[in-house]
Structure formats: C-alpha cells, structure tokens
Design a protein. Sequence first.
Length: 99
Amino acid sequence: MEPVLAKGGHHMGMNVNLTPQLEELVRSKVASGLYTSASEVVREALRLMDEQDRLREAKLDQLRNDVRRGLSSGPSETWDADAVKRQARTRRASKQTAA
C-alpha cells in the first residue's frame, strides 16, 4: 500500500476515532514503555493486521490448491474406519513389542 502523502511529498497526518476500550489499550501500551507514542502503537497494530491478512490469504491459497489437487486426483474410494483403526493398532502393537 502506498503511503498517504500530502502536497510536497511528506506524510499526511490522520485522525482516528477509537472506542474508549481501544483508547485505554493504546494508553496502557504507551504507559508500559514498550511504545513511545500512540502513533507507534497504531503503526504496530496495523503491521500485525497486515501480516495476519497475508497469512490468512496464504492459508486460503493453500486450501484452494489442496481442494483442486483432491478434485483432480480421481474418484474417491470407500474405506472402513474400523479396519483402518485395527491396522493402526496392529502396527502400534508390533512397534511396542519390537522395542
């Protein structure tokens, strides 16, 4: 995203209205000493939100690819959950006796 610039190329200030709860959160972050200003808190929050949006989009892309791969893999096969559990228990039991 391009920064909002005023005439002359310098960054433009912006006023934002916060709920009382969010305003208190910002004040407490600054008071903790972790941040030097409310602007710094808001910038960090926006960076984190952007990162979260990017991660969410990456996960959705992966899910879409997985679905496409699954749909193109051919017809599904029936399976017996009890048989799968029996096979897993047999493998686990044989590993435990071998150890």
